[in-house]
Write a protein that binds this ligand. Structure first.
Ligand SMILES: NC(=O)c1ccc[n+]([C@@H]2O[C@H](COP(=O)([O-])OP(=O)(O)OC[C@H]3O[C@@H](n4cnc5c(N)ncnc54)[C@H](OP(=O)(O)O)[C@@H]3O)[C@@H](O)[C@H]2O)c1
Length: 360
């Protein structure tokens, strides 16, 4: 027995990668029971038939998204493609159910921008203002009072956590930001796609979306907020790397001239940058600033909710480089969603999420 209440959770889209990752993590959460799990194509099928990794852990069968079991939940996660949550959210919120959307339906505040990037009309623009962007390191207080949380995208999580201290302290030119990011193939979900076949991905490396990616407006929106509400100019290029999980973002920014020329920065700039990062994240349970000079690896966060960061300044340069790694399915999706659920439910933020990463 502890002081916290038990809650029931539902997952819409429980047969995809983030859905089954939610399930794996929630099975380790002491206060949550998953009572409804949907898949249109697998309705009626026991979950363990599809995912033998979960045998002996649960006894659940997929239901369809309109099953009444969903309306009996305290919180519902949408691990679905863009455009699904926005059609179901209003009725569920009306019933007093909290919602965490892992897709992008509620991430952008500007409906015209959302419709331009997501190429469909928004079904409930009236909820965009109310929805809280679920990056706990920035929005913890608002998340604690929210009934609708827009869980950040995977790249946006790695990129924003990396740039945040630089912008918050006004150290870098906001028009000089570059995010060169790489993701494993699970970032694209479990749906069959020719370009994601083993033979296409293995031993191969490519950029995509360099001319415009949906995560660009989301990252820019978030960075502008920490840049005192002033817009930033960001170049963002995502890449696909032949691995299953993990995101590695290499971030570049130029120190403002007045900062770079400060006497103390000339002498001990590296140390100052390191202290700023350590200070900003010292009370964050899931953001780990590595010792000066380190290079974080995606292999050090696999299966965990950690973001590991390092900040470096090439010798005699006005550039700052930040290296940021996360597991796209955990801190980039399901883990962060559970972190948000914990905050919304009054549980300790790290509850059920402190399992160490897998290695190797
Ligand atoms: N993969 C990542 O690393 C990652 C990271 C951050 C955010 N996200 C976002 O999280 C969401 C889920 O991603 P994923 O990678 O888990 O996708 P996925 O593997 O393709 O799974 C999608 C799930 O949604 C269900 N679904 C599809 N269309 C539906 C509809 N119209 N109504 C109800 N359910 C529907 C699917 O099952 P049925 O078709 O059988 O119903 C399946 O269970 C996406 O919006 C994605 O952008 C993904």
């Amino acid at each position: 027995m502890n002081e916290y209440r038990e809650i029931k959770a539902g997952i819409v889209g429980g047969s995809g990668y983030t859905g089954v990752e939610l399930l794996r993590l929630l099975l380790q959460h002491p206060q949550v029971t998953v009572t409804a799990l949907t898949s249109r194509s697998e309705a009626g099928r026991p979950v363990v038939e599809l995912f033998p990794s979960l045998r002996q852990q649960l006894d659940l069968t997929y239901v369809s998204p309109n099953d009444t079991a969903l309306t009996d939940c305290d919180v519902i996660f949408f691990a679905t493609p863009n455009g699904v949550a926005m059609n179901m959210a209003p009725a569920l919120l009306e019933k007093g159910i909290k919602i965490i959307d892992l897709a992008a339906d509620f991430r952008l505040k500007d409906v015209r921008q959302w419709e331009r990037w997501y190429k469909q009309p928004h079904a409930c623009p009236e909820l965009l203002n109310e929805a809280v962007y679920g990056l706990p390191e920035v929005n913890r207080k608002a998340i604690s009072q929210a009934r609708l949380v827009a869980n950040p995208g995977c790249y946006p999580t790695a990129v924003q956590l990396g740039f945040l201290p630089l912008l918050k302290h006004g150290l870098v030119a906001p028009d000089s930001l570059i995010a060169d990011a790489k993701s494993g193939a699970s970032g694209a979900g479990r749906t069959l796609r020719e370009d994601l076949l083993f033979s296409e991905v293995h031993g191969n490396f490519r950029a995509y979306g360099a001319g415009g990616h949906r995560h660009h407006p989301e990252i820019s929106q978030g960075l502008a907020i920490v840049n005192d509400g002033k817009p930033v100019s960001l170049t963002f290029v995502p890449h696909l790397v032949p691995m299953v999980r993990g995101i590695h973002a290499t971030l570049y920014a130029r120190l403002k001239e007045e900062i770079n020329h400060r006497e103390n920065f000339k002498i001990s700039g590296d140390f100052i940058l390191q202290s700023i990062y350590e200070d900003m994240y010292k009370s964050e349970c899931f953001v780990d600033v590595l010792p000066q000079g380190s290079h974080p690896e995606t292999g050090s966060v696999l299966g965990s909710n950690f973001c590991r960061l390092s900040v470096l300044r090439p010798e005699s340069s006005d550039q700052v480089i930040v290296l940021s790694v996360i597991d796209n399915l955990v801190k980039g999706a399901a883990g962060q969603a559970i972190q948000n659920m914990n905050i919304m439910s009054g549980f300790p933020e790290e509850m059920g999420l402190m399992g160490p990463p897998m290695y190797p």
